[in-house]
Ligand binder design. Structure first.
Ligand code: PAF
Length: 284
């Protein structure tokens, strides 16, 4: 595996590969790689001739300076893991390389960005659109791979791809969980021992709530999930919403046959660590 740090080098290389008819899979990451990322890389390696994995902690998507400063950075271990997984290129640029001048673009991300993480993290999705559009421009991907843990992010990226008219297939990949159910996240390493013990309740409560669709409305499920989660020592829900899986808009009733799925999206503080997770509801 080759480590590339220059935009120009990556761009020339991937352009040449595409003109030879090779398919390219792009796996954008912020590093601190875990088994969730590994599943994206494995899938890309299986589905494409060449896999490019970017490792870049993107400052423009952080609306909280403390979160940016404490975001784990483990480049050496990341590159080892990528080599083992069979990735062809790790793209590891500096901030100056990615943003030689500030990116002032404002994307019209529409309704999918107007709810949940949108208002909670002002500027976050615009920053994601800035960096992912650049990564796509520089790596000429046939397909790009994203994890469903950041469920709303995938909808935002699809919208950005549509806005810019990019010819790339967005592939969403299932959440990978620890054996106790906690969704894998680079932020999990920042949990205290107590926090790590209680954090799996987030998923177990969501999983239990999928059994309530015949008795309760979405609003009632939301209230009960929030109450149960907050009753766990050390967990505090920031929001829980049940939304249309495509539009991200909140649902007043469960979807009918032929309508998109209902997905519950949660954000929970476990101490000062902000965890997110989601679950798909079965048809009632
Ligand atoms: O999901 C992430 O890790 C980031 O938001 C992404 C897509 C790599 C963009 O920086």
């Amino acid at each position: 595996m080759k480590v590339i740090r220059s935009v120009k080098e990556l761009s020339q290389l991937t352009e040449a590969l595409r003109s030879e008819g090779k398919s390219i899979g792009l796996v954008p990451t912020m590093g601190a790689l875990h088994a969730g990322h590994r599943s994206l890389v494995d899938r890309s390696v299986k589905e494409n001739d060449v896999t490019v994995v970017s490792v870049f902690v993107n400052p423009t998507q952080f609306n909280n300076a403390h979160d940016l400063a404490t975001y784990p950075r483990t480049e050496e271990a990341d590159c080892q893991m990528l080599e083992q997984a069979g990735a062809d290129y790790a793209f590891v640029p500096s901030v100056e390389e990615m943003y030689p001048v500030p990116d002032t673009r404002q994307f019209d991300l529409g309704e999918v960005a107007a709810v949940m993480e949108g208002p909670m993290r002002p500027g976050h999705f615009n920053g994601v659109a800035q960096v992912v559009s650049r990564l796509m421009e520089y790596s000429h991907p046939t397909r790009a791979y994203f994890g469903e843990k950041d469920f709303q992010q995938i909808a935002v990226i699809r919208r950005m791809v549509e806005l810019l008219g990019l010819d790339v297939e967005i592939v969403d990949c299932p959440i990978v969980r620890e054996p106790d159910g906690l969704a894998m996240s680079s932020r999990n390493v920042r949990l205290t021992a107590e926090g790590r013990k209680v954090a799996p309740s987030i998923h177990s409560i969501l999983a239990e709530s999928t059994q309530w669709v015949n008795e309760l409305t979405p609003d009632e499920v939301i209230d009960r999930v929030i109450a149960l989660t907050n009753s766990e020592n050390g967990l505090e829900v920031e929001y829980y919403q049940i939304v249309n899986a495509l539009t991200m808009q909140p649902l007043n009733s469960w979807p009918k046959e032929g309508e998109p799925d209902a997905v519950g999206c949660i954000t929970v503080y476990c101490g000062d660590v902000r965890l997110i997770d989601n679950i798909k509801y079965p048809r009632s």
